[in-house]
Design a protein around this ligand. Structure first.
Ligand SMILES: *Cc1c(COP(=O)(O)O)cnc(C)c1O
Length: 355
């Protein structure tokens, strides 16, 4: 049994629960049928987010995965090539949706969740070629989930979008955690979004809303996306109850993301002292900590189960790879306690390379 009453849940920043203020905002939401464009709260949120990101229009979607899928369906044809960073959400976490829904193939490039413009240039397959699949979309994941919440360097993203424009390739940002990227980089979300044709943002991650994402782009893109949202089953009715939580989250939970980032750094600093794993605390830029186990004696999945027995929930990303995510419902003390529990479990393992 856990030696503390409450479980510390570091599996994801999606596990947060609405606070009393958010629930009150939900209860007071002014709603209508969103498919008739009559949901007041959703319309307000769409306008606010479009303005916040400096784009023409925004469109409510139930999840980030659906938003990514709708964007791809809207801007590519079956057989097209989409360039992404290795370990991207689109490749690993959408159950093959891009192949099933849009019928595209991926070219995965770069390291640590990002790539330079030369690597992008080299990976572009020309259109109207009798052999190559045409590259019609490039995706940037900001921040990068599986690579540990890392920032895609904004100046590099700008170069990539510039080249994409010259080659008539749609530039798309999977910005599920764009909010964290803005806080960590000191740039505005509008600055980070500016070079891209379209951006996806989520309210259900660090912002702490119970659900919802948005596609943000020009009028023409959003107009076409509306059809595929319906086709994919994501057109809803009184979405204002969700939209109200997102509006609350934007005004109350943005600034405090710095706490999550500081907690992730503290968690990483403590974990890095453990000889059974590799983790560079300086690589932690936002709210995600990813480490590799160096001991052969325990696999990531086994560590996850052992930590659970100690009241700490974490995720295995691979055989030896573990992910922890900080959020508004865990404190600094929770993070330090979680690190101690993990170190305690690992300390029962033999030291690697010990004589
Ligand atoms: C969480 C996430 C999404 C969307 O996830 P949903 O759970 O479908 O809302 C998309 N991209 C990235 C990088 C994510 O981390």
């Amino acid at each position: 049994m856990p030696d503390r009453e409450a479980v510390i849940d570091l599996r994801s920043d999606t596990v947060t629960k609405p606070c009393a203020g958010m629930l009150a905002a939900m209860a007071e939401a002014r709603v209508g049928d969103d498919q008739y464009g009559e949901d007041i709260e959703t319309n307000l949120l769409q306008d606010e987010v479009a303005q916040l990101l400096g784009k023409e229009r925004a469109l409510w979607l139930p999840s980030g995965t659906m938003a990514n899928q709708v964007a791809m369906k809207t801007t590519t044809q079956p057989g097209d090539d989409v360039i992404v960073a290795k370990q991207s959400h689109a490749v690993w976490h959408e159950t093959g949706g891009s192949a099933a829904n849009a019928g595209v193939q991926f070219s995965e490039i770069g390291e640590q969740g990002w790539f330079i413009v030369d690597a992008f240039d080299a990976a572009i397959k020309p259109k109207n070629h009798h052999i190559f699949p045409p590259t019609t979309m490039v995706q940037v994941e900001q921040t990068h989930n599986r690579c540990g919440g890392t920032l895609f360097p904004p100046e590099v993203a700008q170069e990539i979008c510039q080249l994409a424009k010259e080659r008539n390739i749609f530039s798309y940002m999977d910005g599920a955690r764009l909010w964290n990227a803005a806080v960590a980089s000191g740039q505005t979300v509008a600055d980070l979004a500016a070079p891209f044709d379209a951006v996806m943002v989520s309210f259900s991650k660090g912002l702490g809303a119970p659900g919802g994402s948005m596609l943000v782009g020009d009028n023409d893109f959003i107009e076409r996306a509306v059809r595929f949202r319906r086709m994919f089953g994501g057109a809803m009715r009184q979405t204002g109850y969700y939209a109200a939580t997102a509006r609350f989250a934007l005004s109350h939970n943005m600034a405090r993301l710095t706490d999550d980032h500081a907690n992730a750094k503290a968690l990483a600093a403590r974990l890095a002292e453990c000889p059974h794993l590799t983790l560079n605390p300086d690589s932690v830029q936002t709210n995600i900590v990813v480490f590799e186990l160096t001991t052969e004696a325990i696999r990531a999945g086994e560590l996850v189960r052992a930590a659970k027995a100690h009241g700490v929930l974490i995720n295995a990303l691979g055989r030896n790879t573990v992910r922890l995510v900080t959020h508004k419902d865990v404190s600094r003390a929770d993070c330090e306690h979680a690190a101690d529990q993990i170190i305690k479990i690992l300390s029962h393992q033999p030291i690697p390379n010990a004589a």
